[in-house]
Design a protein around this ligand. Structure first.
Ligand code: ZN
Length: 344
């Protein structure tokens, strides 16, 4: 409550009304995704700006680092099912607190929006925008409530992780949120959706759609990816902003690297000749950054190579929060290639 009045003063009712009017007038407010079409690109940029402002304000009020708030919001956005995306499309924030967390475990009304009774039952729901309701569908209420919940555990890195553990009870969620927070910390912006083609456009390469082929090159028995044929030593580049999650030898993939992006996608580059010396697990990368070189490693003990023609095996996986599934990278590769060509 005390914070609610602080926020109201700080933002001013007129400013709040302006912000709400703005976000409602902005049909692509949920945009945020990758691969924006040019006509919605500026709307998406404005959305990111508005989101950043709100996150910054709540961070200043609660001392929870903005990078964590942004990471939580983005993590939940990447898990939002299509059915719910429609409902969220005019919202800046994608948090979806569990009713029992919001209203309090023993609250007889799990849909309670009265901040006084919610507080009585130990719920996390707060009223941040000063309308007298603790509404989980209200962007400010949701973000502020989660930040206040986290703050109640303390502000050290360890405290933050304990609060996240209590909230999600899922190790993967915490890993993702830490990765996202590191990306935001490193690059200082929410706008991490730029992409690049995975090989230099000037190199000689070829690839075609092989999704569903029983077997690709390099012993991957169920072929989940695209093989891009190029000579030994052609640079392999990150498609995205991301954080290196895996690096090393895999029996089938050979020297391979896995990079997590801010859309919660895992990019897998296999059969490399070697890795760029700056790349370690936990390193952050930018689109187009060289991570290694095309080779023919794999299908045997570490160091095995030459059992098939040199190529980059590229795969992409989407995290559902509990498991990951591969999807066909070919259309994305084509798009990234075309977009980069147009930018030249
Ligand atoms: Zn392959």
């Amino acid at each position: 409550m005390r914070y609610a009045s602080v926020i109201k003063r700080k933002w001013g009712l007129a400013a709040m009304a302006g912000l709400l009017a703005f976000s409602w007038a902005c049909p692509n407010a949920a945009g945020a995704g990758t691969d924006q079409q040019p006509d919605s690109a500026s709307a998406a940029a404005r959305t990111l700006q508005e989101r950043r402002m709100m996150i910054q304000e709540i961070s200043q009020l609660t001392q929870i680092p903005w990078t964590y708030l942004a990471a939580l919001d983005q993590y939940e956005r990447t898990l939002t099912p299509k059915s719910r995306k429609e409902r969220l499309k005019n919202k800046l924030i994608s948090l979806d607190p569990q009713p029992e967390f919001w209203a309090g475990l023993i609250n007889p009304d799990p849909g309670d929006t009265n901040p006084i009774t919610i507080a009585l039952f130990g719920g996390m729901g707060r009223d941040a925008d000063g309308d007298g309701k603790a509404n989980p569908d209200n962007d400010m209420d949701a973000l502020y409530s989660l930040a206040a919940y986290m703050k109640s555990y303390g502000l050290t890195e360890e405290d933050l992780q304990i609060s996240l553990w209590r909230y999600y009870q899922n190790e993967r969620a915490i890993t993702r949120i830490r990765q996202f927070a590191k990306l935001y910390q490193t690059f200082g912006t929410l706008d991490l959706n730029k992409t690049a083609f995975v090989l230099p456009l000037s190199s000689i390469y070829s690839y075609r759609s092989t999704w569903g082929d029983r077997r690709g090159f390099g012993g991957l028995r169920i072929h989940e990816g695209t093989d891009l044929f190029a000579s030994y030593g052609v640079p392999v580049r990150s498609a995205c902003y991301g954080i290196v999650e895996t690096k090393g030898w895999n029996r089938f993939g050979g020297w391979r690297i896995g990079i997590r992006d801010i859309q919660n996608r895992y990019h897998y580059y296999a059969h490399l000749q070697g890795f760029d010396k700056n790349i370690e697990v936990g390193s952050t990368v930018v689109p187009g950054q060289v991570v290694g070189w095309v080779g023919s490693s794999g299908y045997g003990k570490p160091g095995t190579s030459g059992k098939f023609p040199p190529h980059l095996h590229y795969g992409i996986y989407k995290d559902t929060g509990h498991y990951e599934w591969a999807f066909d990278p070919y259309p994305l590769l084509k798009r990234w290639e075309n977009e980069e060509r147009r930018r030249k």
